[in-house]
Ligand binder design. Structure first.
Ligand code: ADP
Ligand code: MG
Length: 309
């Protein structure tokens, strides 16, 4: 077989293309991948076909080189690929490996729904978790992910993380949510005090009940910082109570984090409403659901926030 470049030059002369363009096309046909492609498909391609495909070959090589030089292309994240299309050479664009990795990461992130949560927990990982003072909790978290993902239909008791401000409770919830997401499990992480304010501000609005409905049905729910606000009877009984009742009935895993331990949560948070009225029986009912859903873990350690800028 004659050299592809030479043969092409002959064809191009016939077509009266400008010198400059001819040179660019000739260079494109010198590309290793192009030569290999033509060699592998020589039974399908006549010289005329190859000449007609010149602009596609040129497109392929110029986009490929742009990517190599790190320049932006018309379809960022997609690599050009030579294909045969009805006896002509064509270029198709396939997602690059980097794009596939990014898409996968995005899909994992999308499985974690965060409502009023700090941004930095997006990347929280159990593997990065400093274990000091929280060995049991970290171990239980790993076990939960394993057991839940291997039998998601069975009931798995989740965790109630108790500890003072800044010890890493929220971080651990985020790490569990991300760990589950890696395994394809969707979860909702929700900062309970802000959620309660939003609910109050939208009483009577259709959105309220829709939101409660979505939250209560999520496969794995995490209520962060419960006990940090002043509770109204309405939030306790019609929002929190409704969510927990459903989750208990349906045996859906529900995590909690709080500065208060379970006993304090019942006595200091759930019993007295924001008007100062004591409703111990109602507090007890909520507490029973929390205990059914989650096992208490105490997390100790320094306040990590002091060391952050
Ligand atoms: P809490 O919810 O208990 O108040 P956070 O989870 O918000 O505490 O943690 C406080 C800060 O310390 C956050 O910036 C968090 O990213 C960081 N942090 C917490 N735990 C860890 C950990 N085990 N390893 C690394 N950083 C952590
Ligand atoms: Mg927190």
């Amino acid at each position: 077989m004659k050299d592809v470049g030479e043969q092409l030059a002959e064809q191009l002369k016939k077509r009266n293309w400008t010198k400059n363009y001819q040179q660019l096309i000739r260079d494109a046909f010198e590309d290793k991948e192009v030569r290999a492609f033509i060699r592998n498909n020589q039974t399908e391609l006549t010289q005329e076909d190859i000449a007609k495909s010149a602009s596609k070959v040129y497109e392929f090589v110029s986009v490929k080189n742009k990517i190599k030089r790190g320049e932006e292309t018309l379809a960022p994240g997609y690599d050009p690929q030579l294909t045969l299309n009805n006896h002509l050479i064509d270029v198709t664009y396939v997602p690059s490996e980097a794009l596939m990795v990014q898409k996968k990461r995005q899909a994992v992130h999308n499985r974690v729904r965060s409502i009023n949560m700090p941004k930095n927990i997006r990347d929280a990982e159990l593997a990065d978790y400093d274990l000091e003072g929280r060995e049991l909790a970290a171990e239980a978290a790993g076990r939960f992910i394993e057991e839940y993902t291997s039998s998601p239909k069975k009931f798995h008791r989740a965790m109630y993380l108790q500890g003072s401000f800044g010890v890493g409770k929220t971080y651990l919830l985020g790490a569990i949510a991300n760990g589950l997401a890696e395994e394809g499990v969707a979860s909702t992480l929700l900062h309970f005090p802000s959620f309660a304010v939003e609910m109050k501000n939208s009483i009577g609005n259709n959105g309220t009940m829709k939101m409660v409905d979505e939250v209560k049905r999520t496969p794995v729910l995490m209520l962060d910082d419960i006990g940090a606000d002043q509770l109204s009877s309405w939030i306790r009984d019609d929002i929190l109570g409704v969510i927990l009742q459903y989750r208990m009935q349906e045996e859906l895993p529900t995590f909690f984090s709080s500065n208060l331990d379970m006993v304090q949560l019942e006595k200091q948070y759930l019993t007295t409403n924001n008007r100062g009225e004591a409703e111990p029986l109602k507090a007890k009912r909520i507490m029973e659901r929390i205990r059914f859903l989650a096992e208490e873990f105490r997390i100790v350690g320094r306040n990590r926030r002091q060391f952050k800028k």
